[in-house]
Design a protein around this ligand. Structure first.
Ligand code: CP
Ligand code: NVA
Length: 302
């Protein structure tokens, strides 16, 4: 039996594969909208394990699998034996003997790695404390749809140097574009990852300098899942990094802006930008569906 392909970070694909996947996602979206969905997952079963909340990730994987002719199982950590202490290794051996592909959203990235090491089938990271690679596939698809290739462009990340920021950093080294991370001291991305990405990523403390000339501004919540107790302190420290009209006006004239959602209007993004009619945030959210269908095809089908 050949070893399964996993998708735990964006580094698990080659740059060529990422570009092919984006093309395929755009194609799947067009076919689906034309009422001609593909049935490439006929008879396949996806198991989805969630120990954190989700709207988009759950709905996009479940709907995506159904649209491709397969089916999906929702497994919450609490309702499985995982919640009562069954080892991840044992859970991985059993679940992967019964399904064709697994998606996991949880806290420790090491838990997804452990699951993958003991799984017979592909494992997808649906978000950990460290990475959210599926989100960046959809974000890249959106940029390609609206502006074309991202190579050589500049992306400015505003706010917490978190899991979504880390996946943007990986995307930068894969597809060769610049990421300027605008954050205060204490909110930097992981230093080891920063070292690995230093050719493509730099930190800029002053948000007004960071956004200058950027082709895309991206932000995310200030307190990620698991950090709720720090919300007030984080909101105070990160307030100057809010994605709003005055920062957008300093970016490139046709700059786009994105947010993975859920968003907090008036915190990391202004209500005005969230509700602007020309924003691509809703397109970005919809693209989770198509990017992940292309991802499942790639991992299952080769
Ligand atoms: N962006 C994202 O992953 O959304 P959910 O938390 O709703 O899945
Ligand atoms: N950084 C956020 C992303 C939510 C989709 C979190 O981890 O909660």
């Amino acid at each position: 039996m050949t070893a399964p392909r996993h998708f735990l970070t964006l580094m698990d694909l080659s740059a060529d594969e990422i570009r092919l996947l984006i093309d395929r996602a755009i194609e799947l979206k067009a076919q689906w909208r034309a009422g001609n969905p593909q049935r490439s997952m006929e008879g396949k079963v996806l198991a989805m394990i969630f120990t954190k909340a989700s709207t988009r990730t759950r709905v996009s994987f479940e709907a995506g699998m159904a649209q491709l002719g397969g089916s999906a199982l929702f497994l919450s950590g609490q309702d499985t034996q995982l919640g009562r202490g069954e080892p991840i290794e044992d859970t991985a051996r059993v679940i992967s003997s019964m399904v064709d592909i697994v998606m996991i959203r949880t806290f420790a990235h090491a838990d997804v790695e452990t699951f993958a090491q003991h799984s017979r089938v592909p494992v997808i990271n649906g978000l950990t404390d460290d990475y959210h690679p599926c989100q960046i596939l959809a974000d890249l698809q959106t940029f390609f749809e609206v502006r074309g290739d991202i190579q050589g462009k500049t992306v400015c990340w505003l706010g917490d140097g978190n899991n979504v920021c880390h996946s943007w950093m990986n995307a930068a080294r894969q597809l060769d574009f610049e990421v300027v991370v605008a954050c205060p001291e204490g909110y930097d991305p992981d230093p080891t990852l920063l070292g690995a990405c230093c050719q493509w990523v730099r930190i800029e403390r002053d948000p007004t300098r960071a956004v200058q000339g950027a082709d895309l501004l991206v932000t995310d919540v200030w307190a990620s899942m698991g950090q709720e107790a720090e919300q007030n302190q984080r909101a105070a420290n990160l307030a100057p990094y809010q994605l709003n009209r005055s920062l957008l006006d300093l970016a490139a004239p046709d700059a786009l802006y994105m947010h993975c959602l859920p968003a907090h209007r008036g915190e990391e993004i202004s209500a005005e930008l969230m509700d602007a009619p020309d924003n691509v945030i809703w397109q970005e959210a919809e693209n989770r569906l198509h990017a992940q269908k292309a991802l499942m095809e790639l991992l299952i089908g080769g």
